[in-house]
Design a protein around this ligand. Sequence first.
Ligand code: SAM
Ligand code: SF4
Ligand code: SF4
Length: 351
Amino acid sequence: MDHMPWTSADGAVRDLRKRPWRDLRISLTDRCNFRCGYCMPRSKFGPGHRFLPQARLLNFEEIAQVARQALALGVRTLRLTGGEPLLRRDLPRLIGQLSALRTLDGTAPDLALTTNGSLLAAQAQALRDAGLNRLTVSLDALDDAVFRRMNEVGFPVAEVLRGLESARSAGFTSIKVNMVVRRGVNDREALPLAEHFRNSGMVLRFIEFMDAGRHNGWKLDEVLPSAELRERIAARWPLQPLRPTRGGETAERWRYADGAGEIGFISSVSQAFCGDCTRARLTAEGRLYTCLFASEGHDLRPLLRNPHAGEAQLRERLAAIWARRSDAYSEQRERLSVIRIVRPDMHVLGG
Ligand code: SAM
Ligand code: SF4
Ligand code: SF4
């Protein structure tokens, strides 16, 4: 690899707080067939909402170019997200392209995808066959009425559960289920979901409702701190802490003492984990954000669409962006929210 001022001898890049770049989340579309109130509430994203036209989305070759150079700078995990990523046509072709790339150590990248699960039953096998390693399915309630209310399009929970079963039959061994918990809205669903996924081999993770974007009417009273939720669960099924499997992990891991499996807590509000944050996000139209709360992204499209720009230039641009990063929004939330930064929406950044 050519020497660049931003990288260490092994080619990996670190930011101003010495955090390496390990994860790239790639949003494949800003479109979604759900209208979850905490992300794209129907009141703000009605029939008149204009999504990005197809021509503005990065094509698969452009996405793969960014991924290839990110891997050359130390990234190991590529996570596909959205909007709803399963709405992107021909997705297995992209997965095939990405799984053929290599990390700095010469291994295949860890390829993961986050979905609302609504279209999973039909696509799980093709995704698996194309080389997808890991799946995360969002599921905020087990009760059908609560679930339909939360997705704001009346989508039935049974279809998401069918998607999860199809994923298991397709051979996925690493399946996580993410529940965003809002106090007074769906927190009573936490125990039924925990019970449902005990002994299933799937890992349920509870996410604190975050103040992302500008449209979800976030209020601190609706955040149920993970510690409180963990106590509720442990009162029913005693829990034991587990060690993190890798640095930069977002979830705190616990196991049921009776051996029924593992659960996780993502405490982005009550316990910031910026010190360990190794993630960047690429939007569907090619902007790179170094923090979920960064007010601006770096537009990579001019470089990607410049016929005279080569791979080395793209790698250098990415390295320079990461090397200058100092973001730590969650650690500074209280001070920063007074200033009211303009935050991009979750369905644009991919969560
Ligand atoms: N549509 C896919 C899905 O829902 O899984 C992928 C995109 S979605 C933006 C990615 C993740 O962000 C989901 O697990 C979702 O629950 C989470 N998310 C969205 N808005 C959130 C918020 N305000 N607080 C916490 N998590 C949020
Ligand atoms: Fe769609 Fe996912 Fe946002 Fe829900 S969380 S509206 S499924 S992008
Ligand atoms: Fe990473 Fe920004 Fe979230 Fe902190 S606030 S964990 S730096 S994305």
